[in-house]
Design a protein around this ligand. Structure first.
Ligand SMILES: O=CC(=O)O
Length: 299
């Protein structure tokens, strides 16, 4: 029989960290559902009996997994069940950024609705080349959704060849080629040492003038200062971002002021169904591990 004590700390505010540190000692398992990083220091505070960490997320960059591994702590996450919800929001961001939703709404709300044949013209998805960086479950779900959009070509880049690519009709290319050829660059890869600032001043220079960056991975995949300059100087057409650095981002952050940068506040997996599935899996990962059974999604 597993005994549980639930001590929820769901807020992401910096001031919640001291409370978390104060209450974490003594637990056998933790569901780490905050954006604070779970570091070696906090694991030390938790104590040597802590052997299970579970996240309610697909990404695990908020966990120092080198430190969990060092201490023999089992780590589990909640991938796959969010692929559809995140892929939906990716397509939404592609359309919103390509078709200038933000500028359109701003003009509507400010009473500046002008209309003219050249007014608010955007970019087509039909006939475009869509480049997907990170062709895992989410990247593939994005492609499946876009099949009805008459995309001319799908390319992807990533560490390995994906066997599914053949059936899906996507070709693996080096990242530089993907950046040069794509009209849409979709970032759907995890944040690692290798992918941090994958979009930077140099990579933005490779991209086409009409290209659109969509980021549904992690904010730090993008060097935001470089993206700001590229958008401001119209080196690329637009960006659609579900993730930024930091989160929450200040409301006066320069990126938010740009008409061609459409940002939403990390809502990719935020549907009732998906979040229920994620909650259930993160709890079941813990319960399985407490009973000495394999987690549903071990990392
Ligand atoms: O960003 C959301 C997740 O990693 O689940």
């Amino acid at each position: 029989m597993v005994q549980t004590t639930i001590v929820p700390h769901l807020d992401y505010e910096p001031e919640s960290l001291p409370t978390i540190k104060k209450t974490i000692p003594g637990f056998d398992a933790v569901i780490w559902n905050t954006k604070h990083k779970l570091t070696g220091d906090i694991l030390d505070l938790a104590g040597p009996q802590l052997k299970i960490v579970s996240t309610m997320s697909s990404g695990i960059d908020q966990i120092d997994s080198v430190e969990t591994k060092k201490r023999g702590i089992l780590l589990g996450n909640t991938p796959e069940v969010l692929n559809d919800a995140v892929a939906d929001i990716t397509v939404g961001l592609m359309i919103a950024a390509a078709r200038r939703f933000k500028e359109g709404v701003q003009e509507l709300e400010s009473g500046e609705w002008k209309y003219g044949v050249q007014w608010m013209v955007g970019q087509d998805i039909a006939g475009s080349t869509v480049g997907i960086v990170g062709f895992g479950g989410i990247g593939q779900a994005v492609l499946r959704r876009l099949r009805g959009f008459d995309v001319a070509k799908f390319i992807y880049s990533g560490r390995t060849d994906k066997p599914e690519a053949k059936t899906l009709g996507a070709e693996r290319v080096p990242l530089d080629q993907l950046l040069k050829e794509s009209d849409f660059v979709i970032l759907a890869c995890p944040l690692t040492k290798e992918t941090k600032y994958l979009i930077n001043a140099d990579s933005l220079k490779l991209m086409k003038k009409n290209s659109i960056v969509v980021n549904i991975g992690r904010g730090e995949l993008v060097d935001q200062e470089a993206l700001y300059t590229a958008l401001k100087e119209q080196q690329i057409f637009a960006a659609g971002l579900d993730v930024v650095t930091p989160e929450p981002i200040a409301k006066d952050h320069p990126l938010i002021s740009l008409p061609n940068c459409y940002i939403i506040p990390h809502m990719g997996s935020a549907t009732i169904e998906t979040r229920n599935k994620m909650a259930s899996i993160s709890a079941r990962n813990v319960l399985q591990a407490l009973e000495g059974k394999p987690m549903l999604f071990p990392c």
